[in-house]
Design a protein around this ligand. Structure first.
Ligand code: GDP
Length: 314
């Protein structure tokens, strides 16, 4: 990719897309093609075709998706499966038909079976049933991986699939009903501290284990993989270690400097017991993440308070 290449970052306002844009801009890419969902509805095939025909991107990062935490996935299954199938089908197909040189499709570690061996290698895809709370999203993402493989096999289209673990960082969704656990806990601890509340509610039992990767590390991996990876197999991008939700809550509490108690609300779902990616293949290519969870959470908390300040809520 030279610095004048026309690069379409689909989903550039999201957590992942915005991190990829920051990273590409820092490297001096001058021709980024960016459209908000109001400007270009990626669920609309005719609109997507028009965009590709007019703008002729050479490279595509497909980071646009309908995403959300455990409750959102469980509450809006139709939206999750439909929107994601539409977005990825339209973009992958148009990218192929309008001559894109390479596309990176962003998936998720939830594509792997609920009871996959831990850590989960790429080869465990489609070897068992999915976690029911997010199977709608997972099925769509699996279809995206298969579509990249099919277009490579039938048409020789250079599409790769990147499977990140649970991500966090600036630009995350902090809405308590739809967010993932890490931003939810940042917000809950921050508000409890401000209001002087002695207790924070953490969903589930606190025993599930999750792996967390800072989104700037993922963006770094995405740029690396677009240059160095050309295989039909999806490739995992993770930190390499996981922690329990209870440990995460303690870590976030310390970052926010909150001294109250935790209460575990076991009426809320735990989701899959463990979700740790096997990152052997990525490490073998020579890539490793850099941002320690403690530092990443502290930086994300600073970002969150700066946003709250900008909205006049701090
Ligand atoms: P998942 O990785 O797809 O299960 O998605 P989440 O990030 O939403 O949830 C991860 C784990 O954190 C689950 O066991 C949740 O029950 C737990 N959790 C604890 N407190 C919260 C919270 O406030 N919000 C969310 N989304 N999850 C929470």
């Amino acid at each position: 990719m030279n610095k004048d290449a026309r690069v379409f970052v689909a989903g550039h306002r999201g957590l992942v897309g915005s991190a990829i844009v920051r990273r590409l801009q820092a490297e001096g890419y001058r021709n980024l093609l960016l459209r908000s969902s109001a400007e270009l509805d990626l669920r609309n095939q005719a609109a997507v075709d028009r965009f590709f025909e007019q703008e002729r991107p050479e490279f595509v990062y497909l980071a646009a998706a309908k995403v959300g935490g455990i409750l959102a996935n469980d509450s809006y299954p139709a939206d999750f499966i439909r929107d994601n199938l539409q977005i990825q089908t339209n973009v992958i197909d148009a990218a192929y038909r309008f001559g894109v040189r390479k596309l990176a499709f962003l998936g998720s570690s939830c594509i792997y079976p609920k009871h996959a061996p831990q850590p989960m290698p790429e080869s465990c895809l489609l070897t068992g049933p999915l976690e029911p709370t997010n199977e709608w999203y997972a099925v769509a993402k699996i279809a995206g991986v298969k579509m990249c493989q099919a277009y490579r096999k039938q048409y020789g289209f250079n599409a790769i699939s990147v499977m990140p673990t649970n991500l966090y960082g600036p630009g995350d969704n902090f809405d308590l009903n739809s967010s993932h656990v890490l931003p939810a806990l940042i917000r809950k601890f921050h508000e409890a501290k401000q209001r002087g509340e002695g207790e924070v509610v953490v969903w589930g039992t606190g025993t599930p284990r999750r792996e967390f990767l800072h989104v700037d590390d993922l963006a770094d991996a995405c740029v690396f993989l677009l240059e160095r990876y050309d295989s039909p197999e999806p490739i995992n991008v993770g930190w390499g270690e996981d922690i329990s939700i209870a440990e995460l809550a303690a870590l976030v509490g310390a970052a926010v400097d909150y001294s109250g108690k935790l209460r575990f609300d076991t009426s809320k779902p735990d989701g899959t017991p463990r979700k740790l990616l096997d990152v052997t293949r990525l490490r073998a290519l020579g890539w490793a993440p850099k941002i320690q969870l403690r530092d990443g959470v502290a930086a994300t908390y600073r970002w969150f308070t700066s946003q709250a300040g900008a909205r006049g809520q701090n």
